[in-house]
Design a protein around this ligand. Structure first.
Ligand code: FE
Ligand code: FE
Ligand code: FE
Length: 171
């Protein structure tokens, strides 16, 4: 978006802008996940991050497909929200000494990312349908389902063991 011009005139423009926003976010997530894999101690958590990294690569390909279906070029615009979520996670991780507490923090950070993605994909699907693009909506729905499943897996890991292990850690 320009500083002195308003580039977004229609709902369709807003749809494309938001596709560009989530395209940027997904690309940043593929850079952040390998660092989270390195920091995680719990084997299941590491495996979960590895699985989601592969899924994220597929999600980027799906977004490129949606851009193409829509007839626009795949392009990223900076998403300050995902940059902030990732920055906060990195800063917090740097302040945590205990590995088990760090695992709990990594799950919390990952869930903040998933929730951002869930809100963006939910909105994109609603706008695609409104714009008469059920075809784009159904591709985006595949990704939304993956993000929700990832969020659920993270909740289960946290509540079934990671939080307990963190709680047992003593300073
Ligand atoms: Fe994603
Ligand atoms: Fe954004
Ligand atoms: Fe995700």
């Amino acid at each position: 978006m320009g500083l002195f011009t308003k580039d977004i005139a229609t709902l369709d423009d807003l749809f494309v802008h938001t596709l560009q926003d989530i395209y940027y976010a997904e690309n940043q997530i593929t850079k952040a996940l390998p660092k989270m894999i390195d920091k995680a101690t719990d084997a299941q958590l590491r495996k979960g991050f590895e699985t989601h990294l592969k899924e994220t690569e597929g999600q980027i390909a799906r977004l490129e497909r949606v851009f193409e279906m829509h007839g626009s070029k795949a392009k990223a615009v900076t998403c300050p929200a995902i940059d902030g979520i990732i920055k906060e996670a990195n800063e917090l991780a740097g302040d945590i000494a205990d590995k088990k507490v760090l695992d709990a923090a990594l799950i919390a950070a990952a869930q903040a990312v998933e929730h951002y993605e869930i809100t963006r994909y939910g909105t994109l699907i609603a706008w695609a349908k409104e714009l008469g693009r059920a075809d784009c909506a159904s591709v985006l729905q595949e990704t939304l389902d993956e993000e929700k499943a990832t969020d659920d897996k993270l909740t289960k890991m946290a509540e079934s063991k990671v939080n307990q292990k963190a709680e047992a850690a003593t300073a």
